[in-house]
Design a protein around this ligand. Structure first.
Ligand code: WT7
Length: 638
């Protein structure tokens, strides 16, 4: 049965879904093509106009400074702070009484926070951070479950001008250790634990283990969430609720928002790349706030009365941009859910859409495929009529999953916004708007002001329908500014393959109508259930196991996850390949990297295909595993 399902393939279809007159009539952008044309004529004028929709302490002198390519700068001379736009300006208006956040725990507890309440907690926690000696430019690691305190911690860090580094709560000891060490964080904010898939993850315990491997940061702040026993080291570890009750914070409702240069760093976020350790992608206050705000407002057509739900985790860029910053800047009400979509039953998400009257729902192809498996009886039990728009991100959505989502969740009246973007781009690069005609499986066209193309090895545009490398030809305000502490790597990874163009690392096709179809990664990034993992980081985690001499990891297509991890291992002399060892290795990877990194398949081999210089030829492994031609193997030395 599995064999005859080519459904995971993102095949180009010519079906077009046109929006209803009703959708077009209420869309913020009624005619996307005209806006695209106008923006293309003068991208600086376009972005300046969007930036004027926000507040600035001082207006910029220059919209875009291109004098030091590829180190572009936006809104140069401008003074701002993203928190000025996310909170400060709202609490001066009626919106102080509007809900900023509705949160439900996996067990079903409800918490809500108005803009006023969120601002109060952010001010208090900002004062806590200051009292710990954190100031402008310092790094703060945030390793949390999906709870409101994650947002509070991020916003408080930004408010005082410090730089957050959020590490996804599903990562484990070694992944966390590397990220704490590289960022040189002074403080870690974590929780005793979190609920994931009905399982309790003991986050503080993982922090303790990670800190044994590194020069300890000065302080650890622990949110009591599960109420489980944790080790608290005197003088280093503090309970969040105790700090928040101190006189300094009790009275400290007032906390000035730090005035930042538009180009000052807001956060770093680690992501996997082709080689070596993960890269710390750096984003700044000024351009980022403009980009995420404009894209959310146009693509998801956000309105004052909407209830927005992005199912991502705040620990990934989707969460940073479209759970935390953009919705708050837009003054929206967000819903956030702590746990698993199938807990306790596969209709948990549909139950909450009904219960909270969600109007715009943004999720992932993997989740759709996973829930589709349980059949449409689950969504059909619920009244989903509050929904008006759907969204997808993280990997190509196969037309079969798209149609299921469209029919069973959107009831054929909600357009699906398939958004293509990356940690590095900060904001949507390619996406339809509600008034755009849609083709299932295509992220449609670039957002206004974005120029995308598909090119061959020589950097020349390919013909419609031909596969090539996806590139971006113009800078945009929410673009990454550099790799933290490694500007050379920024230049060589993104800007040197095709001079003057941003190399995204994806392959794509553009059809005769100018619609883009993303095929997948062309580097050593594996998208497992939409999560981004790097072969290099996985391989180094394998070789820390005492039985492993050498490791090679590749991604192969998987019906549910999109891609799955396959590992080829050479064992050390005195170790026997057997089932027990496979189990132990899977556990080892989960412990070091996190459960998302567990390999689908482990194979023990005697040799690995390598080039003469010793580089593993993953392409050859991939071809062999899929029974395909090995291609040019003239450099192969096994
Ligand atoms: C990679 C970036 C920023 C969103 C979360 C992922 C893949 C992302 C799509 C889409 C096809 C997509 C690409 C991209 N990707 N969105 N709509 N259609 N592929 O961010 O972890 O930095 O991963 O995700 O391969 O390069 P990320």
């Amino acid at each position: 049965m599995k064999e005859e399902k080519p459904s995971i393939q993102n095949t180009v279809t010519d079906d077009i879904y046109y929006p209803s007159a009703e959708v077009v009539a209420q869309a913020n952008v009624k005619d996307p093509e005209t806006v695209r044309k106008e923006a293309a004529n003068d991208i600086q004028a376009y972005w300046a106009k969007r930036a004027q929709e926000l507040e600035w302490y001082k207006k910029w002198d220059t919209v875009l400074d291109e004098s030091n390519k590829p180190f572009y700068q936006w809104f140069v001379g401008g003074k701002t702070n993203i928190v000025l736009n996310a909170l400060d300006r709202h609490v001066k208006t009626w919106r102080r009484n509007k809900l900023a956040l509705i949160w439900e725990s996996e067990k079903g507890e409800l918490r809500t926070m108005s803009y006023h309440a969120l601002n109060r907690e952010v001010c208090k926690f900002a004062n806590v951070l200051k009292s710990m000696g954190i100031s402008k430019g310092d790094r703060v690691t945030i390793y949390m479950p999906r709870i409101p305190e994650t947002l509070i911690a991020m916003l408080a860090t930004a408010k005082i001008g410090a730089v957050h580094s959020v590490v996804y709560g599903g990562f484990s000891v070694e992944a966390l250790h590397g990220r704490i060490e590289d960022s040189e964080s002074k403080v870690i904010i974590t929780a005793d634990g979190g609920n994931m898939n009905g399982k309790k993850i003991e986050l503080k315990k993982i922090v303790d283990e990670a800190l044994q491997r590194t020069g300890a940061p000065e302080n650890v702040v622990v949110v009591k969430h599960l109420g489980i026993d944790v080790n608290m080291e005197a003088g280093r570890d503090y309970w969040y609720h105790e700090l928040m009750a101190l006189p300094l914070t009790r009275n400290g409702l007032r906390c000035e928002t730090e005035v930042m240069d538009a180009e000052d760093p807001l956060f770093i976020l680690y992501t996997s790349g082709t080689t070596g350790k993960p890269k710390a992608i750096l984003h700044t206050h000024g351009g980022y706030q403009v980009g995420v705000y404009a894209t959310l407002k146009d693509v998801f057509d956000l309105k004052e009365e909407d209830r927005w739900w992005c199912t991502a985790d705040p620990g990934w860029i989707t969460g940073h941009s479209y759970i935390v910053y953009a919705p708050l800047i837009a003054g929206a009400t967000s819903f956030m859910y702590e746990g698993a979509p199938t807990f306790p039953y596969p209709d948990r998400w549909w139950t909450m859409i009904e219960k909270y009257g969600i109007t715009v729902f943004y999720s992932t192809p993997t989740a759709v495929r996973g829930l589709m498996r349980f059949g449409e009886a689950w969504p059909n039990r619920h009244d989903l009529s509050s929904l008006r728009l759907l969204g997808s991100v993280g990997e190509p959505i196969n037309p079969e999953a798209w149609r299921w989502f469209y029919k069973n969740i959107g009831k054929e009246k909600c357009p699906i916004m398939d958004t293509w973007w990356q940690t590095e781009t900060g904001m949507f690069m390619m996406a339809p708007m509600p008034a755009s005609p849609l083709k299932p499986g295509s992220a449609t066209k670039p957002y206004p002001g974005i120029e995308a193309d598909v090119v061959n090895e020589a950097g020349k545009s390919v013909a419609p329908g031909e596969e090539g490398f996806l590139v971006l030809k113009k800078p945009w305000p929410a673009m990454m500014r550099t790799i933290y502490k490694d500007p050379e790597r920024y230049e060589s990874t993104y800007w040197s393959k095709f001079p003057g163009m941003y190399f995204a690392g994806d392959s794509a096709r553009k059809d005769k109508d100018g619609y883009f179809w993303i095929i997948g990664r062309v580097d050593d990034v594996i998208k497992v259930s939409g999560y981004r993992l790097g072969t290099a980081e996985l391989e180094s985690a394998f070789i820390t196991h005492p039985a492993v001499a050498e490791a090679a990891v590749i991604g192969l297509p998987h019906e549910l996850k999109g891609m799955a991890i396959h590992a080829y291992l050479i064992l050390k002399a005195n170790h026997e390949p057997n089932e027990a060892l496979v189990e132990d290795l899977r556990k080892h990877i989960a412990h070091e990297m996190g459960p998302i990194a567990k390999p689908e398949k482990i194979e023990f081999v005697k040799s690995l295909p390598k080039t003469r210089s010793g580089k593993i030829m993953r392409r050859v492994l991939k071809a062999r595993a899929q029974g395909m031609s090995e291609g040019d193997i003239s450099t192969l030395e096994e």
